[in-house]
Write a protein that binds this ligand. Structure first.
Ligand code: PGA
Length: 256
């Protein structure tokens, strides 16, 4: 199965307006063909409008969160409709930082996934285990449950419009990457859960990214694995050259 790789930068709460725009100008012309690799920057909400206006032919813009309601009295929140109406194409859902600091639960992840798909925003649905779980040896069960809960009431057609990001919490922002084998094994376990829910054929088409200290040094080895379809990248997506190195690595792998 040749799934198109996706490299998504997650800027988190970094950059000023000028820095965000300078990044886009610096990368736009060099981002590889979107028919070969999907390149996405998930930016702070306040930058989205400016970035969408300036995104080049091959770059797409994503948000880092969305509310699950269509509209309503939810001060400070943004709906899928609002994001879509500004030309945003992707949204990160259930990042471990949102789960840890902002009360994101498996239930809200599920509702947000559905809201995003309904509005034709591609959700990048994050799952991942703590170091404690990894050491206990129950990673596959824990991550599998997160997937089952995220995809509750989601049918196969909708599931095909989603992307999963497997991000072990102990590897995020720590410089400690999962080994390619560790990442691939857990991603295979996630694909098995998706196969249980939707059948093998559908599960084989859903892209599953790895995230957690991905950088120019480890990206080739991670992308070489059978089931890793790209990366969700925090720190190494902030610098234009570093981001370009990652998307070019995915392009090279696809075209060799
Ligand atoms: P990192 O972050 O690449 O800085 O580890 C990944 C993420 O949080 O998505």
């Amino acid at each position: 199965m040749n799934r198109k790789p996706l490299i998504a930068g997650n800027w988190k709460m970094y950059k000023t307006k000028d820095e965000a725009l300078a990044f886009i100008y610096a990368v736009n012309l060099e981002v590889p063909d979107k028919d070969v690799v999907e390149s996405v920057i998930c930016a702070p909400a306040i930058f989205l409008r400016d970035l969408v206006k300036r995104e080049g032919e091959n770059l797409r813009i994503g948000a880092q969160n969305v509310h699950y309601a269509q509209e309503g009295a939810f001060t400070g929140e943004l709906s899928a409709n609002m994001l879509k109406s500004y030309g945003v194409d992707y949204v990160v859902i259930g990042h471990s930082e949102r789960r840890a600091y902002f009360n994101e639960t498996d239930e809200t992840v599920n509702l947000k996934l559905i809201a995003a798909v309904n509005r034709e925003l591609t959700p990048i649905v994050c799952v991942g285990e703590s170091l404690e779980i990894r050491e206990l040896g129950t990673t596959d069960a824990v991550v599998g449950k997160q997937i089952e809960k995220a995809y509750l009431n989601v049918d196969a057609e909708e599931a095909l419009k989603t992307v999963v990001a497997y991000e072990p919490i102990w590897a995020i922002g720590t410089g400690r990457t999962a080994t390619p084998d560790q990442a691939n094994d857990t991603i295979k376990a996630i694909r098995l859960v998706l196969a249980k829910l939707y059948g093998k054929e559908v599960a084989e088409q859903i892209r599953i990214l790895y995230g957690g200290s991905v950088n120019a040094k480890n990206v080739d080895d991670l992308l070489a694995m059978s089931d890793i379809d790209g990366a969700l990248v925090g720190g190494a997506s902030l610098d234009p050259n570093s981001f370009l190195t990652l998307v070019k690595a995915a392009y090279k792998k696809q075209t060799k």
